[in-house]
Each structure stands twice: as structure tokens, then as C-alpha cells.
Design a protein. Sequence first.
Length: 213
Amino acid sequence: MRAFDDLVRQGKVRYVGVSNLFGWQIAKAAGVTARLGLPPLVAGQYIYSLIHRELEREVIPAAVDSGLGLTCYGVLGAGLLAGKYRGMTEPAKGSRMQIRMQMDGARFWHPKGFKAAQAIEAVSEKTGIAMVKLAIGWPLGRRFVSSVVLGVRTREQMLANLEAADWDMPQDAWKALEEPTRPEEENLTWFNRQNYQRIFATAEFHDERAELL
């Protein structure tokens, strides 16, 4: 953390962020910077989408408590959540997903990924809203998400992706996507949700100090 401080003071780095740390690592880093009077962490870059919501258990509450804004990548699941591979049992030969299966495509191409894609497809058919717009708009609707990282191949794709930036998803559509993709709740999460609701509510910028006034 002192090395990061050196880079900030030298003007080589404006702000310090993290990527793919556990929640306890974020909390520890935030504690170290506070104790030593160093520039705080300001951003966290993570894979976060309707496929990957495991961050909601500990990483996101830790990030919000420490003042980090979340920048998401993988929001389209390498095209799976945009409907690109609709009806396919395996990626088409030569497709980006087929190539990525040799690297990280397996992060998306599994039953949980298919379930998320089906949920988006169902909402898209019911509302007429494009799947890509729903997939990008969902994480952007979370208060702790600052931005999303997108990769495009054509100008048309870029324009379609940018539509979600200035759009508020209808609440019923958001809920229809949230419920079927909600992470399975293990005991510790259930216990804390039951007994310490305010801790988990911090992920939506709940201000518990207001209750003390």
C-alpha cells in the first residue's frame, strides 16, 4: 500500500483500485490505508452479471463499506446473455465463445449461465426489450455499480450497448431477472440476513446512522 502511495504522490497514478480480491482482503487493505493515512482504494473491478452474483455475499458489502465503486466486466457472458447462442448445445465452431472455451469460456457456458440467459430471453419476449439491453441494464441498476466494461466489434454493437447507459429498467423487469438468478443462500448468509439485515443492506447504500437520529 505504501508503494501505491508513492505512485500517487509521484503523479504516475491518480487513484488506486483492486481486482478479484476477496472481501476480507478489501477490508484489510482499507484498514491499512486508514491507519497509515494513505490514499484510500476507490474502485474494484470484478466479473458481475446475472450469471455471476456471488460477490453479493461478502465482496460487495465490503466494497461499499470501504467506499469502493464496482466496475463490472463479463456482463454479457461472452455473448451468452445477449442471445448470441440461443438454442445451441455447444458454441458454434469458430465463434468467439468456442475459442474462449479454451481459456475462460467455461465461466459462462454452464447450467447457471443458461438459466440466466433463459431468464433474460423470457423478459425480452414479454417486454420487447432487447436481451443485450437487459443484460447490461441490470448491473447498472445497482447503486454500488459505477460502470461496466464492454467489448464491441462493430459500431452497431457499440450503439446498442450504450442504450442501457441512459435507461432505467422497469422495476417489474428488474425483479423478473433478479429472482431466478439469485445466488443460493448458504447458512452464514441466511443467518446474517435474518439477524443483521442492516449489514447486507449497506450494499444499497443504507445509512444506518439515520436510525440513530
